[in-house]
Structures are given as C-alpha cells and as structure tokens.
Design a protein around this ligand. Structure first.
Ligand code: SF4
Length: 1007
C-alpha cells in the first residue's frame, strides 16, 4: 500500500514536471530558498488568513468595513449554484466565494425564505455552532472560478480576425464597426464579398422553391448557445425568434442528450424533455449507472452533500456502476456503498439482464403497473401510473399505435372480468394481455405494452447480457434482487456515461427499472423537480411576447424535430414510385436540437447551406467527440459557414475560427434568471445581476458589451421587433427595451409577485447589507411600487420555497402527472432515415452501431480497449483559465488498470500514444487498480487549446499561450466518424443523434 502510494506520488511529480515548473516558478523559488520562513504571521491562531467580512459576538453580527457580500450565481459548471461573493469595496475585486444559505443548491437545510438578511449571517456563523448545520458552500471550482474575471486572455473589446481563420491573429474594433460589418457585410477580410446578417433577415423568401418545407431564408442563420445559465430565454425569444430562424441549439447533444432523451421517452414528452433525479435525501437504495454522485452529475454539489448525509445519517445504500472507481464510494461507510465495474457501453446489456431477472422472478410491482390511468391512480391514492396495460395494435395500418377511443383515452383489458374498457374506468388492468379485440366492427390484434417489453427483454438470455456487459450473471441477478428489495424509496440515475451509439435505449432501459418498483413521485424515489416561480412570463409582464415576433418555420439544419417522411424529398420519391429509403442522410424527429450536426450538415448543403453562425459561449470543437474533422470545414469560409460571429469572453477552441469575437460579461457581471435542472423538490428560482463592473468596451448608451447588449444593438440595426420603443409588454402598459436591465429587472419583478402571496418588501437595512444601494434609482424607475419586493428577491439571490413544502405525506408536492411510457408510441412509429427500419417502442438491446446499422467492432484485436471520458470533480469546460485550480488537479492522464499496463509493458508515468480508427492523442499514463481492465479512461477538462492555452496575436502584439493550460489529454480527439452517413460526420447515437464520446475502441502504446 505504502509502496504503491509512493510510486503514485513519484509518478505524479514526473507527470507534472516540465509544464509544472513554468506555472509554479514562484512557489518553487520560495520552497527552495525558504525566503518566507521566519516571517511573523499576522495572527497567532489564524495565521495570515484574510480578514473576515462579518464578526460575531454573542450572536450579534457586525459587518466589517471594506467588504460587501452579494449574492450571485456560479458558472463554474452547469449546476449554476447560487453563491455569495465577498467583494473588497475599495478595489472592487472578489476576495472569496461561498454558498448562499437561502439556496438548496448550496445548503441543506436551507434558510426559511423569510429569514432576515442580518439573521442569515448569524445563522451561518460560529454562534452556538450553528454554522455547522447551516453551512453553505461552493465547491473547489466555485471557490476559484472568479480568477476568470481578471484573466489576461479575457477579451474586452470586439475582435476581428486579421489573418485567415484559425491563424490566431486579431485586431480590436469598435462596437460600432462590429455592428455595421456584421449587419451590412461586404469585403470584410479582403477575401471577397461576405453577406451580412441583413441578407438573411428575410422571413418571406424561401430557401429552396423545390423544397418549400426548408422554410425561409432566415433559417440560413444558425444560433448556437450553451447550457442555460439564465439568459437562454432572452437569446431565443428576443433575438432568434425575432429574426425568424428555426435554428437555435444549446449544448445538450455534446453533453447529456442520451440521458435527456431516454428520460423524455420514459416520461413520454419529447417537447418539454423533462428529466428526473432521485430524491437523494430519502432514498433507501440508489442505483447510479454511467454517472457518479460526488464525482459528476447535476446538481453536482447538492447530490454530493445529500449522498454523504444519506449514507452516514440515514439508511441509504447504493451501488455505482461505472468503468472507474469514483468519489461516490466511501470506505468509511463499509458495504453501504459499492462500486460495480463495467466495461464502457455495457450498461444497456446489464440493465436488460436485470429486467430479465425481475420479470422471470416476478419481482416487479404488479399492482402499480396495473393502474391504467390518472383517474384510476387518484381513485387508488397512488403516486403515478404507467401505460403498461395499454394495448398496442399489432396488425394493419395502425400497427404500433396504442388503441384509443374517440376521446383519445386508451383501451385496456379489465383484469377483473377480462373485458375491453376505457382506461379511466378500470382500477386493475391486464398487463400481459395478447389477443384480438373487436372495436366498432374492426378486429385488432393487440398486445399490452408490458408484454412487448417482456418480449424485448426475453430476446436474449441472461448469459448473453452478462457477456455483453462484462458483468457476470450471478452479479446481475443479485443486483436485480437487491434493487427490488427496498419498496418504492429507490432511486435510479444515469448521465454522461450513456453518451455512446446506443445511449438512448440505455437510458430508457435504466429509467424503466424505476417503473418496476413504482418510484416516480414517491418520497425517496424519483422526482421531475420542484419547479420554479414564474419569471419571463408572469403576472406583471410577458417578456417573451412582443410586436413583430416571428413564427419560425421550416426544416432545421440538424434535421431535428422533423421526420424524414414529412420532407419534400420523401414525398417526391414516393410520387416517382421510388423506394424513399435511404434518405441522403440521417433525420432525428424527436430530438430537439443537435449542435453536433451543424457544421457537416451545412457543408453537405443538406438540407441547405447556412449563411451565418452566431455562437454564444459554445465550444463544440473542444467538447464534441471527433470534432477534429470539423476544423477544415470551419477554416474555409466557403465550406460551411460564410460568416461566423462568436460571443465569448475568451477565444476558445471553436471561436478561434470565428470572423468576429464579441466580448461577453463574465460570472458576477452578468444578468440571469434560472432554476435548477432537477434534484430539487421545492420551487426554486435564482437571480443574478451585475455586482461587479464589466471592463468591456461600451455602447454609446454606456452599456458594456455583452451577449445581452449586443443582441439589443444588433436587433435595432436589423430593424427586428422586440427591441427599442414599446418593446416590452406589461399587463397594463408597454415599456422601452434599450438595456438588459429593462428586461431582467422585470423578470425579477414577475418572480417577486408570483402567486397569491408576493414576497415582502426588503428593509432599508437589508438593501444596505446586500450592497443594493446603487440599484435603487433603477429599481424605482423600472419596478415602481414593487421595487422593494424586487430588492427582497435580489438580496437573497432569488426566491425559494421552504424545505417543509417538499412532500404531501409520501407524495412529492410537485408530481409528474402523465403516464410513464413503458411503450413509447412516438419512438415505435419512427423509421431510420437510411434503412427504413422501425425503432423499438420499448427498451431493447442493440449492439453498438453506426446509424445505418453496421455494428461497431468492440472486440477488435487492434483496438482492444474501450476509451471513456469521465467528469472531473475539479476541472470543467469552464475552468481552463483558472490556474489556481491546478494546485488541486494539475493535469489529466490516460488512466488504465494495472493488469492492462502490465500487458502492454507500460508503467505509471510513461508517455503513451492512444489511437482510434479516426484519431490519435499522446499523454502520460496513470496506472490504477480502480478501473475496468478492458477500458481506458480520461478525465474531462484537460488538453485545452483555447482560453490562453495557445498564443494569440492581437493588434500585432503576441500573447504567449500558457503551457499549464495545455497540459493533459482531450479524449474527443479520438472520436469516431460514422461512415454509414453522408461524408462521415461524427458518430452519434443512432436514434437521437447525441454525440458518441464513450466506448471508443482504441489501441495504446508506450512512446
Ligand atoms: S457545483 Fe461548484 S462549479 Fe458547479 S456551479 Fe456549483 S459551485 Fe460552481
């Protein structure tokens, strides 16, 4: 043990050498010369610790001069926790960041909302040791991410490329020149004419007369964003929908779309895409597959905290199924936590095997699955219901459809008398029915949804599932029995580990385990979240509606949200008597958006070629598996994107190929309104407003340039609706929209005034403590008589329902009301656009594959390890420039098992080359015991080539990139291409198109 730890430390120092010396010169110098030794510390107990912001004596709180503590939202990862920021009032600089005790994303329990602000400091202080219970924290990233604010590589003025795309040469331009050139176009780079955005601001002319379904010219603008950090509604509703393009996408397709889509299938809602999280606090058993609380997932910090509480203070037992041992495990809690190693992408087979055992041994909750409707559920006082008993037609034109009456209510077979009845009138329906039913003189062969699931599960033996998953049959059997031994307070979770070519069905299957125990809406089971307060469309304003808002229509560039069968292409082929399959390329009818399809689709002009791309904090070149192959398409303006405008405070791996960089605000300089994704059971809304002055160049009205202000000025220059005079709809009047505050403060007002009981008014003392005095004139101007209520929300960082409102008995107060789809008709009626194959409407085992069906060889002799990425609990895509974080995690490695290392003659710390069919990376090897021997893991967040990692020249001045930021490896350079599709785009899940970054067959060798 000691021996291996020693080796590890030696290995780490070898790994950190070279690059480390550059970043740590100062530390090393002092370590070697000991020049700081002997200096007297400021305090004999607290050493040289920074001064505190408040002092507490016998419960009395005094705010120290020189500091103000203000609430904001952290953007260190996509959890977006509410935090408190300590600011030095003299320098205006951030000193420290910690949790907001009113918010459940940073505290549990959290403070009752009515707690006076002054009291909140007392309750989180050492008074009566209260701070131990009420501790409110930021994670390591959240503590330090504020370094970005002052990063020397931050862009504060608009930049225009001075060389060819990707040459990293830029010149600063004025905000006026930026707007003019982006709108008007012209010979902007001495490379010939470039059309400006005004060319595409046309919602009347069709892109292609032959294919009218492609929609208007406006669709040739694509806007790509990121995770919603509180401003996505602003971007989508005020700009994208005012411009009239259908093409907006976030980052889900390269993040966790497999999980989102599988859960949407389970919840039968491909529009809102709701998603679920376990009720960590009251779970008795948790099965975490392809994710690991405390290591990854969202809400990262909250679930880590609740997991630790659950296993130490409550009865929680849990199993984490991942290829690598993670921070979820705790030796201190003995067998309450268990790691089950699995080979990457083996999850689907594992879960199908579990289902086989559960069905064979009849361990599923029959009584629950027999509830056929919401009416029956209510009559039985149950918590949720499924469509397990609904009858699926097996013959004729309606094959695959659920048998409905004229009011669209499903028919079921009543278990008590065997008769066909409306589901609302039956309390216990037959879930294993197969037979013919007669309806209005027509005979239908039908099977119940649960029977179809059973048939799909029984397509393979347990031994087959064991072989495919790499988990032996006995372990699968025991896990299935364990999962079904705790009643309904059982959670099941998954996330980014499902991002492989069969990730959609993997998630759908994982979630289906929950239906077997009836855990949805049940205390300790699964929740779709506690909801939020009305924000952009509320009782005071509808900020999403305005005169001139377009109704975008047509085919999206990613061919999402539309079936190939509805295209002109399909109809033409049918009219000409041709087989309509294959289409030219894949279509994704029940996926909302696919960022990973934009560049290749435009290069292929299928469905059409884009004219312009606006990216906002997007970085698909770093985050998309296989994106190396997109770089030549981005470099050549004629290939895919003639005009590329990137809104970002940094030049990242993607925006370095842009034509213009528009500086955005950073962290606490930013506006926003947002709610947690899930993992909360009570109503929660966070707000963020500038508590720091932006250093960015300003527009004439004094507003610093950011995404928000750029959109206003761009909208005005293009003559779009939704900006300027009378562009904001109040319930009784209209208001002008010239600055971001005109929009966001009104959203805050909606939040404050939501419901029967608006929030109270903030006291003068609270306004002073929260540092809101500067906002008073603006608040009074915009929010009139409600301004003190808005201040109450701002002082607390949002509006939060109290913890006591989470449950109604054993039921979650905010419950999901639709049927769980044991059988999903939407999926079942969808055809693969290349093969015509119909997808399975129930979870089913599919081997890893290309879109057109060819299996991916997962047992190749040459590529005999499966590479996977795992989330870092320290690094994130947002933390590249936070150098201080490297004290905790200097770099990222190629992780392999000790037996694998031995097989290849590789030692810990060796330089290695990893090769896939389509990419190669080099890095340093970390040998561990806690990783599956058939796999190779890479922590996400290293190997950066943007945000200060590479040198850039701005105004002829060269800024040297920092080697520490380049350190580590990026798995996405190994990503595969799908050769079954048009011009081989990056590999994706074959049903919903999520980018496949997991389970890549690779070869490793020592360099
Ligand atoms: S989990 Fe950490 S990095 Fe992520 S938002 Fe919260 S505090 Fe910030």
């Amino acid at each position: 043990m000691e021996q291996s730890r020693r080796k590890f430390l030696i290995g780490t120092s070898i790994v950190a050498s070279g690059a480390a010396i550059v970043g740590y010169n100062d530390t090393l110098k002092h370590a070697v010369t000991m020049t700081r030794r002997g200096e007297k510390a400021a305090d004999s107990i607290y050493g040289n610790a920074a001064s505190t912001e408040v002092t507490q004596k016998d419960g009395a709180i005094t705010h120290e001069n020189g500091f103000v503590v203000q609430p904001s939202v952290c953007n260190g990862c996509t959890t977006h926790c509410s935090v408190r920021v300590k600011i030095d009032t003299k320098s205006g600089e951030v000193v420290r960041v910690f949790g907001n005790p009113y918010s459940l994303l940073s505290s549990d329990p959290w403070l009752p909302y009515k707690t006076p602000l002054q009291e909140s400091f007392k309750l989180t202080s050492a008074w009566n040791e209260n701070g131990l219970d009420m501790r409110s924290t930021a994670c390591s990233r959240g503590n330090l991410v504020y370094e970005k604010l002052k990063d020397p590589f931050r862009v504060t003025s608009p930049l225009k490329r001075a060389g060819k795309r990707g040459e990293d040469k830029w010149v600063s331009i004025s905000v006026e020149q930026l707007i003019k050139e982006v709108v008007e176009g012209g010979d902007l780079f001495g490379e010939g004419h470039v059309d400006g955005l005004k060319t595409y601001a046309d919602t009347k002319t069709l892109i292609d007369e032959q294919n009218p379904d492609y929609g208007p010219v406006a669709n040739k603008l694509c806007v790509i964003g990121t995770a919603d950090e509180g401003r996505q509604n602003y971007m989508v509703h005020r700009f994208v929908q005012s411009f009239g393009t259908v093409n907006f996408m976030g980052h889900t397709s390269i993040c966790g779309l497999s999980m989102r889509a599988g859960e949407a299938a389970y919840l039968d809602d491909f529009v809102a895409y709701p998603h679920m999280k376990p009720d960590f606090e009251h779970c008795e058993f948790l099965l975490s597959i392809a994710t690991a609380p405390a290591q990854a997932g969202n809400p990262f910090k909250r679930q880590a905290k609740l997991l630790a509480k659950g296993r130490s203070e409550q009865a929680l037992r849990y199993v984490v199924v991942t290829p690598i041992l993670t921070n979820s495990d705790s030796i201190a809690t003995a067998d309450r936590s268990r790691w089950l190693p699995i080979k990457p992408s083996g999850d689907l087979a594992l879960v199908m095997g579990m289902m086989r055992v559960i069905i064979e041994e009849e361990r599923y909750f029959k009584q629950y699955l027999s509830i056929p409707s919401e009416a029956s559920q209510k009559a039985l006082n149950d918590y949720s219901f499924t469509n397990a008993s609904h009858l699926v037609i097996q013959n004729g034109d309606k094959k695959g459809e659920i048998l409905l009456d004229q009011s669209k209510t499903p028919f079921v077979i009543d278990k008590t008398d065997g008769l066909l009845k409306n589901a609302n009138t039956v309390l216990e329906a037959d879930i294993l029915f197969e037979g013919d039913v007669l309806l209005e003189g027509i005979s239908y062969a039908v099977k119940s949804a649960f029977l179809l699931l059973k048939e799909a599960v029984f397509e393979h033996s347990l031994d087959f599932y064991a072989q495919q998953s790499g988990v032996d049959a006995q372990t699968i059997t025991e896990l299935a029995r364990e999962f079904t031994s705790y009643g309904r307070s059982v959670g099941v979770d998954c996330h980014g580990g499902t991002m492989h070519s069969t990730g959609f069905y993997t998630t759908y299957a994982i979630m289906m385990l929950g239906a077997f125990v009836g855990n949805l809406n049940y205390k300790g089971g699964m929740s779709t979240g506690g909801g939020k307060f009305k924000d952009f469309n509320g009782s005071c304003y509808n900020l999403l509606a305005y005169a001139g808002k377009q109704k975008p229509f047509g085919t999206r560039i990613d061919r999402a949200r539309k079936a190939y069968e509805k295209s002109s292409e399909f109809k033409r082929k049918i009219a000409q008597g041709e087989n309509p399959y294959p289409a030219k390329d894949a279509w994704f009818p029940f996926t909302n958006a696919l960022e990973s399809e934009i560049i290749t689709s435009s290069a292929n002009a299928y469905p059409y070629k884009l004219g312009a791309l606006i990216s906002w904090s997007s970085n698909f070149i770093y985050g998309q598996s296989g994106s190396e192959h997109l770089i030549p398409l981005l470099k050549d303006p004629k290939a895919a994107i003639p005009l590329f405008v990137a809104i970002d405070p940094f030049i990242n791996e993607t925006s370095r190929y842009a034509d213009y960089i528009v500086p955005d605000s950073v962290l606490y300089e930013t506006w926003g309104v947002l709610a947690p994704w899930a993992g909360h059971l009570t109503k929660t809304t966070h707000v963020r407003y500038p508590i720091l002055k932006s250093p960015n160049a300003s527009f004439k009205n004094g507003e610093p340039i950011s995404m928000d202000s750029f959109m206003i000025e761009l909208g005005k220059a293009l003559g779009l609706g939704g900006f300027g005079k009378n562009a904001i709809n109040g319930t009784t009047a209209k208001f002008d929209f010239d600055k971001p505050e005109d929009f966001y403060l009104r959203a805050f007002e909606n939040v404050a005034m939501d419901g029967q009981n608006p929030v109270p008014e903030a006291s003068d003392e609270e306004i002073a403590i929260a540092g809101l005095s500067e906002y008073i004139p603006t608040l009074q101007r915009i929010c009139k008589e409600n301004w003190k209520r808005v201040a109450y929300v701002m002082c607390r960082g949002g509006r939060f329902a109290d913890k006591s409102s989470a449950y109604d008995g054993n039921k979650m107060s905010k419950s999901y009301t639709k049927a769980i789809a044991v059988y999903n008709q939407t999926v079942a009626l969808t055809h693969n656009a290349l093969t015509g194959e119909q997808y399975s409407g129930v979870p089913r085992y599919y081997a890893p594959r290309l879109y057109a069906g060819k299996p991916i060889d997962m047992t190749s002799k040459e590529f005999d390890l499966l590479a996977f990425s795992y989330k870092s609990n320290v690094l994130s895509a947002a933390s590249a420039s936070v150098e201080i974080l490297r004290d905790t995690r200097y770099t990222t490695y190629v992780d392999i098992n000790a037996t694998t290392a031995k097989r290849y003659g590789i030692s810990h710390g060796d330089a290695v080359r990893v090769r896939s069919l389509d990419g190669t990376i080099e890095g340093l090897c970390r040998v561990k015991e806690g990783i599956h021997p058939l796999s190779l893991g890479i922590e996400h967040g290293g190997g950066r080539e943007g945000e200060g990692a590479l040198s850039v020249t701005i105004n002829n001045e060269r800024k040297e990139g920092r080697i520490a930021r380049r350190s580590g490896v990026n798995i996405n350079k190994l990503g595969l291409r799908d050769i079954s599709r048009l011009n081989a785009p990056t590999l994706s899940d074959f049903v919903i198109g999520s980018n496949a970054r997991q389970a890549i067959p690779v070869h490793i060798e020592k360099i």
